[in-house]
Write a protein that binds this ligand. Structure first.
Ligand SMILES: Cc1cc2nc3c(=O)[nH]c(=O)nc-3n(C[C@H](O)[C@H](O)[C@H](O)COP(=O)(O)OP(=O)(O)OC[C@H]3O[C@@H](n4cnc5c(N)ncnc54)[C@H](O)[C@@H]3O)c2cc1C
Length: 533
């Protein structure tokens, strides 16, 4: 069963190695976990629903609590402390687009607000209802899940919006096809959520982000139905898919999406290199991106992230041997790990890897044993479980991300983690922060900074610590010319920063669009456009 107040399946844990736990404690300080509220306590505090009965709407307290929050850090604090704030008044489970239309009309007539809900993995406050006096209806797309149609000749597959990552891949792999879209939240996130947030998967360099994979589909909005045909290309005016991509439920509910799929590759490998220092790691990464090789992934860790990955991997004796090996070959303490993904047909992969090796040689890269890549492949969707483990040990962890042109990458990479590390100095609290590049492009790269800090026993103090870290980093991102989000979206957490990127006219145009699709303003107020919280 899915955890109600954490990540993933209750039966799956992720033990922190003794070496990893010791390292976190040395860097951040010893910690003890706050007391978590029990589900029973939380359910006891859920107010009665303000919605009348509807055959598609469930209003028991547990279903409402399980759909009240996503996976952002404030969501975790709310769930763990039991201070949940607003809870939806009901959760609807439509089976098809006609039922979605019926629910939208019902909600509008009642003056209720509507939150579309996919997998609930938003990390930006994307599925949280607000306390604005109206009843709130969460519309889960879970019952729309499944493969609807497939055209193997055209490589187009239509899925219900509520289909989660593993079910998408299972349906396609049964036909020797793949979508190749693997966000780290793949286990739980859904087709509709990916489109609504402009999601990017780990292998987006090879397969493209969801904006490249989303060929068309159907949106039900309060003002009507939008059909987006799946032409291979079209010059017939502006592309309305681009209006829906990243719309975060503000314009309507995507009920089905046509996705561009690919033949299942015959092989996948994830070779790993260590570069002697950050300058050479950056040079290697940019050279790979510019070479436009058919790579599926390039992920480059700063020295701080490389150190963290190695200590969390545990196995002290193996690591000591690896460090000796790398140091002897010139990759000493400033070493940076670069993980590549090669996916495809054997001969193309061999030719690509020969090019990679030539570029690697120019930057003094040391090739790591193949076990590194295999270990990453095995545990790629396990990493989010570490959030549960760290919380139980008294630590909070969060990630923020941006993207910039290559000329700005060095400045952002050099400043984000240090800014965050200093973020709680006034409280005498230490923060461990580290960065990697991924989703590289010929023109630039996205950057991810992860930070670990101590939880306080008072949830308000924990939230205040996170707010300061998040605000400091977000202001730095905007000041350094980065986007406020490369892939997590805007939600409510980033809504205030959007104007810096879109400008006044752009924000006004987005507002007009929302009014056109949703004249009464029932769709998810508070996300994307900061208008109702
Ligand atoms: C541990 C972890 C790792 C993550 N890694 C990645 C990553 O690698 N790449 C990445 O891109 N993201 C990542 N995310 C963020 C998140 O998974 C994505 O934003 C994902 O696309 C959300 O999908 P979902 O189905 O869970 O949507 P939800 O969280 O349910 O909803 C997200 C937003 O989309 C709207 N929405 C959902 N379904 C629909 C629909 N059918 N129609 C209209 N609007 C809808 C919601 O109203 C909300 O505004 C990660 C999150 C976590 C917790």
């Amino acid at each position: 069963m899915r955890r109600w107040n954490g990540w993933g399946d209750e039966l799956i844990g992720d033990d922190l190695s003794a070496g990893g736990a010791g390292a976190i404690e040395r860097v951040v300080g010893p910690a003890s976990p706050p007391r978590d509220a029990t589900l029973t306590d939380v359910l006891a505090g859920v107010p009665a629903s303000r919605l009348p009965r509807h055959r598609l709407v469930v209003d028991d307290a547990e279903t409402r609590v399980r759909h009240a929050r996503g996976q952002s850090f404030p969501d975790w604090v709310a769930l763990r402390s039991g201070r949940l704030g607003a809870v939806p008044d009901g959760v609807a489970f439509p089976n098809d687009r006609a039922e979605v239309r019926d629910l939208l009309a019902w909600a509008e007539a009642l003056g209720a607000r509507v939150v579309p809900y996919g997998g609930g993995t938003s990390v930006v406050g994307g599925v949280t209802p607000a306390t604005d006096g109206s009843p709130w209806l969460t519309v889960s797309l879970a019952h729309t899940a499944g493969l609807r149609t497939i055209d193997t000749g055209s490589l187009l597959a239509t899925f219900g919006a509520g289909t989660a990552g593993p079910d998408v891949e299972a349906a396609l792999r049964a036909r020797d096809l793949t979508l190749g879209h693997y966000p780290q939240s793949w286990e739980l996130s859904t087709v509709g959520g990916w489109v609504a947030t402009r999601s990017a998967g780990q292998q987006s360099l090879g397969y493209g982000g969801i904006e490249a994979l989303f060929a068309g589909g159907t949106v039900e909005a309060p003002a009507g139905t939008l059909e987006m045909p799946s032409h291979p290309a079209s010059a017939a005016g502006p592309d309305l898919r681009q209006v829906i991509l990243g719309s975060e439920g503000r314009l309507g509910i995507l009920t089905a999406a046509v996705l561009r799929v690919a033949p299942l590759p015959s092989r996948e490998t994830f070779p790993t290199f260590f570069l002697p220092d950050w300058e050479r790691a950056l040079g290697f990464t940019r050279a790979l991106a510019r070479a436009r090789l058919p790579l599926a992934m390039v992920r480059t860790s700063t020295p701080a992230e490389t150190w963290t990955n190695l200590v969390l991997a545990g196995h002290e004796r193996t690591l000591a041997a690896l460090r000796r090996y790398l140091t002897a070959r010139g990759a000493g303490p400033g070493r940076c790990m670069v993980l590549l993904g090669l996916v495809g047909q054997r001969r193309v992969m061999a030719a690509t890897f020969a090019e990679v090796l030539a570029i690697a040689h120019a930057f003094d890269a040391v090739r790591a044993p193949a076990t590194f890549g295999r270990q990453w492949q095995r545990s790629r969707f396990r990493t989010p479980y570490l959030r549960n483990t760290l919380w139980a040990a008294g630590y909070g962890i969060d990630t923020l991300e941006t993207a910039v042109a290559w000329d700005r990458v060095p400045a952002i990479a050099a400043s984000l983690a240090p800014v965050i590390r200093r973020g709680l100095a006034g409280d005498d609290e230490r923060v461990h922060a580290f960065t990697h590049l991924s989703h590289v492009y010929p023109t630039g790269s996205s950057l991810y900074t992860t930070f670990v800090f101590r939880l306080a026993h008072d949830p308000d103090v924990t939230l205040e610590r996170w707010r300061r870290l998040k605000a400091t980093a977000s202001v730095a991102i905007v000041r350094l010319g980065g986007t406020i989000s490369h892939q997590h979206g805007v939600g409510s957490d980033h809504a205030g920063y959007l104007v810096a990127e879109k400008g006044e006219l752009g924000m006004a145009a987005l507002g007009d669009l929302a009014r056109r699709f949703d004249p009464a303003g029932i769709m998810h107020p508070g996300v994307l456009l900061s208008d109702a919280r």
